[in-house]
Design a binder for this molecule. Sequence first.
Ligand SMILES: [Zn+2]
Length: 279
Amino acid sequence: MAEGEADAASGGVLYVQKGPATLTEMSGQEVEAALARTRLILLPVGATEAHGPHLPLGTDTMEAREICRRVALRMEAEGRPVVIGPVIPFGTSSFHLGFAGTVSISSRTLIALITEIAASLHQSGFRDFVLVHGHDGNLPSMMVAAQEIVDALPEARAVVLNWLAPLSRVYHTIQRSTKGEGHGGEGETSRLLVTHPELVHPERGPAHHLPPEVMRRIQGPEHVKTGGGIFYATRRYRDHTPWGHIGDPAMALPETGERGYDVIVDWIASVLARDFFAA
Ligand SMILES: [Zn+2]
């Protein structure tokens, strides 16, 4: 069987993950060597939640990892080394629980998870904790965790980077769709096409759009948790979409995903250079 035909049932290769390694793939000695060059660690905070029939449940986890992977490569090229922490695969996904396979942990659990991971890494010698989400529902908990990290750990600095805010400002210049693309829509499907094309099946996800006045409260630019100043708590996605996604997966292209990642990485790298590496 060719690699491309492998699926979950076959036990074949599903996809290939490109480096650099996260903490999960490093030895303790490798981390020690990295600590001689940097005290900054990126913490990718993903989710396991439904994204429609065309995307895997780990979409947000994969995106968070890919963002951190690209940021690490960029920072290294600029002479500003960083380490990528373990990818947290669960988040607060209560509003996606109406779909099979979704796993949600409470805000309290997520806050505890992030702060206890940071406390361990602090003992190793890390001092700068950069929290990068793959799922915007995690943002409120990530902010609380960042404050608790700074409160509890001497010399620690912590920041939460919501890349959806800068991306949403330019998204109309890189997407093809003129309708409201949201969760599992053109943008997210495009980003997954870049890294995990074997796991993306756009033909399985029909176009599904919401009226603008509803979309505004779910993922509009004045919301996007909360790059625009408004925070709308979310109820059930199932009430808005029978599929789990919002948007048109058929509009997705790997080039769109690449451009999206460029915007995200440019922004994160510039913030880190300015706030953590400036003399
Ligand atoms: Zn997602």
